[in-house]
Design a protein around this ligand. Structure first.
Ligand code: B12
Length: 214
């Protein structure tokens, strides 16, 4: 098997040591860092996303695969010239105010990173004000909000309202167990993602829309 396929296989098995060894071997064979990232690490993570969406694998497997992906990324990232990094855009991510749940958010973040986005993860319990400050600071294309409590969904609404002045530059997408497409429509979010794989699809769609308009 070609080394890039071997890395992909190791990643899907969550074998971080295998991924590291494969990446070292690929580099020794003279394969470009950017090719290793796109054709083994991101490609492997994409398959993981598809399997997760189809309920063929579950949260722990995704987390372990993501950890293996990061083990590989850590080796190749320093070798990349800034311009080589697949840069699909910056996404600001956070769990809204009053909400401490972060397992789903972290999964979404890892999948988005795996898909080639730069993810700025603000963490949990993020006030609308902090989201606004972070938009000013990081100038993202997308803002992703997570909420797991029905009581904190209202903070999503407030956050979307506070981000109103920036809506020309950013698109907002939301998710979390109690969140629905209907709720997204109600609060004026641009999209709703049902799970981590779907989050990547929605991000791609929103980025395409932004590019069309600019
Ligand atoms: C783990 C957990 C906790 C942990 C959180 C640990 C952590 N670090 O996250 C702890 C123990 C701290 C906790 C605390 C509480 N919890 Co809790 N918790 C859960 C539990 C069991 C699992 C949540 C989870 O991680 N699921 C797995 C992940 C992978 O799924 P997910 O979060 O839904 O994310 C996926 C999608 O929703 C989507 N997604 C998520 N975010 C985003 C964002 C975007 C942009 C997109 C596109 C997609 C997306 O993609 C993810 C991956 O596929 C749920 C029950 C449940 N089955 O949901 C209750 C649950 C959410 N908790 C609940 C409650 C009530 C609480 C507490 C109030 C309990 C208490 N009395 O103290 C506190 C609140 C603390 C706070 N202020 O936030 C209730 C909420 C009820 C409601 N309708 O509001 C639930 C539903 C349990 C229940 N049946 O009562 N909890």
């Amino acid at each position: 098997m070609a080394v890039l396929d071997e890395i992909k296989e190791s990643l899907m098995e969550g074998d971080a040591e295998g991924v590291k060894a494969g990446v070292q071997q690929a580099l020794a064979e003279g394969i470009a860092a950017v090719k290793i990232i796109n054709e083994s690490l991101i490609a492997g993570m994409q398959v993981v996303g598809v399997l997760f969406k189809a309920n063929e694998i579950y949260v722990p497997e995704v987390l372990i695969a993501a950890r293996a992906m990061h083990a590989g990324l850590d080796i190749v990232k320093p070798l990349l010239a800034e311009s080589d990094v697949q840069d699909k855009g910056t996404i600001l991510l956070g769990t809204v105010k009053g909400d401490l749940h972060d397992i789903g958010k972290n999964l979404v973040g890892m999948m988005l990173e795996g898909a080639g986005y730069k993810v700025v993860d603000l963490g949990v319990d993020i006030s609308p004000d902090k989201f606004v400050k972070a938009v000013e600071e990081y100038k993202p294309q997308l803002v992703a909000l997570s909420a797991l409590l029905t009581t904190t969904m209202v903070a999503m609404k407030t956050t979307v309202e506070m981000l109103e002045p920036y809506r020309g530059q950013i698109k907002i997408f939301i998710g979390g167990a109690p969140v629905t497409q209907e709720f997204a429509d109600e609060i004026g979010a641009d999209a709703f993602g049902a799970d981590a794989g779907n989050a990547v699809e929605k991000a791609n769609e929103l980025i395409a829309k932004l590019t069309l308009h600019n």
